[in-house]
Design a protein around this ligand. Structure first.
Ligand code: IPE
Ligand code: IPE
Ligand code: MG
Length: 252
């Protein structure tokens, strides 16, 4: 895959104006604007999704090269089922195709893959591929890539409530024992720390049901760049903005 950073060797390593000690340890991305990217070029929307995969591949590599250990990306929301059937079908087929084509390289590059969302509602073949990819990469430590697929923040919270209610019903847990830590352990993201930085491309100023609980104190960065155009330089700018923020967490 060719992207325009190639030839600019400075971006292959962490840019000098970034402090390696103050990098976000977990970056979440709402990869938005694929359709508009394609429409601007008079191409079918699905070509935007294809190009979006290339941008994601590059961002994973960039995280590896720059020392950012965890990336979570929003690939398909629980609301995206409301799109025209052909687009939904294309996206689900694209996920299968990408998993098939990229798995070997992900293994070679020591990427740990994880999927969050209501996976049981995905086509069985895709579920099987996801399970295989997760199993084959679970011991990798170079970069951790979480893909939110059929993910909705509200659905995640509701399923956590159901699990907790069942545990209370079985007498395993008292209602008073449910605190923030306990609750977070019943979310899909139980194993990971909250994102420090949330990036959204294509200029929309909303969360669209992404990681509602987890981004409580994330720094938000919204760029007009459409997702397929989001390259290392765009990520560099997002990280610069992050490092200029003063995180207060409610304190002074
Ligand atoms: C984001 O791009 C990808 C998915 C939601 C799967 P969009 O498809 O939402 O692109 P726009 O927002 O229509 O441009
Ligand atoms: C959010 O983008 C979902 C993903 C990026 C997968 P959408 O394009 O679905 O969000 P809305 O509809 O503009 O809020
Ligand atoms: Mg969109």
């Amino acid at each position: 895959m060719m992207t325009n950073y190639q030839g600019n060797s400075s971006l292959l390593t962490l840019p000098a104006d970034l402090d390696p000690q103050r990098l976000p340890q977990h970056v979440a991305v709402i990869m938005d604007g694929n359709g508009r990217w394609a429409q601007k070029r008079h191409l079918p929307r699905i070509m935007g999704h294809q190009q979006g995969v290339a941008a994601l591949k590059e961002l994973v590599r960039c995280c590896r090269d720059w020392g950012i250990p965890h990336l979570t990306c929003y690939a398909f929301s629980t609301e995206n089922w409301g799109r025209p059937g052909l687009e939904v079908e294309f996206l689900l087929t694209l996920f299968e195709q990408v998993l098939r084509q990229e798995l070997e390289e992900l293994i070679r590059e020591q990427v740990r893959l994880e999927f969050v969302g209501h996976l049981a509602a995905l086509p069985p073949r895709l579920q099987a591929q996801i399970a295989e990819a997760v199993e084959l990469t679970r011991h990798h430590e170079r970069v951790w890539l979480t893909v939110a697929t059929n993910y909705g923040g509200r659905q995640e919270i509701v399923q956590a409530c159901q699990t907790l209610a069942r545990r209370v019903q079985r007498g395993e847990l008292a209602p008073e024992d449910i605190d923030e830590t306990q609750f977070a352990q019943h979310l899909y993201t139980a194993a990971s720390r909250d994102p420090d930085l949330l990036i959204r491309t294509s200029g929309e100023m909303r969360l669209s049901n992404f990681l509602l609980w987890q981004v409580a104190y994330a720094e938000l960065y919204i760029t007009d760049t459409l997702w397929p155009d989001f390259d290392r330089e765009c990520f560099h700018q997002a990280l610069r903005a992050f490092q200029q923020r003063q995180r207060r967490f409610g304190r002074l």
